[in-house]
Design a protein around this ligand. Structure first.
Ligand code: S3P
Length: 173
């Protein structure tokens, strides 16, 4: 079975757009974990946080990570919090998955996330500070979880090509 490629990283780093583009480029299936959870629960992520609370969302995320592991050959866009839970990292790895961190500088993320209305963790009075704090807390954890790092400040297509090249060099295609 072909191995899953799991894209991780901070909100706004391009996991979904780059993942979709890469999958198309190399003719692989694509799965966005947030969308998968939304389809399964019939609720938007924002709604799940509001009505059921973050722990309920995190449980759905763990179930989704296990389910993804059962499928092979996918490009998976994880959520920004997915690999912060070592159980999810283990589930991906045990199923043979390769975790890649999409590395985007903080300043670029601030810019990309400026107008966001969809992400529950960013609906705070001082968004810049929230992003700043979360970024510094999370970056070491993303680095620990990832098998490799892909510089991802470039346009979507360029980052997708980098992932394709990485997969080729590492016999993952
Ligand atoms: C989260 C990131 C979101 C989504 C949820 C929680 C996080 O995904 O899973 O809002 O904890 O960073 P994106 O990274 O795709 O925005």
């Amino acid at each position: 079975m072909k191995r899953n490629i799991i894209l991780c990283g901070f909100m706004g780093c391009g996991k979904s757009s780059v993942g979709k583009r890469t999958a198309k480029m190399i003719d692989r299936g694509f799965c966005d974990m947030d969308r998968f959870i939304e389809q399964k629960s019939g609720m938007r992520v924002k709604e799940i946080f509001e009505k059921l609370g973050e722990p309920a969302f995190r449980k759905m995320e763990r179930d989704a990570a296990i389910e993804m592991g059962k499928r092979g050959g996918l490009i998976i866009a994880s959520g920004g919090g997915t690999v912060l839970d070592p159980r999810n990292v283990d589930a991906f790895h045990e199923a043979g998955g390769v975790i890649l961190l999409l590395d985007v500088p903080l300043a670029a993320l601030q810019e990309r996330l400026k107008g966001d209305k969809r992400r529950p963790l960013l609906q705070t009075p001082n968004r810049r500070e929230t992003i700043n704090q979360l970024f510094h807390q999370r970056m070491p954890l993303y680095q620990a979880a990832a098998d490799d790092v892909i510089p991802a400040g470039a346009p979507t297509v360029v980052v997708a090509e980098r992932i394709r090249d990485y997969m080729q060099e590492n016999s993952l295609l």
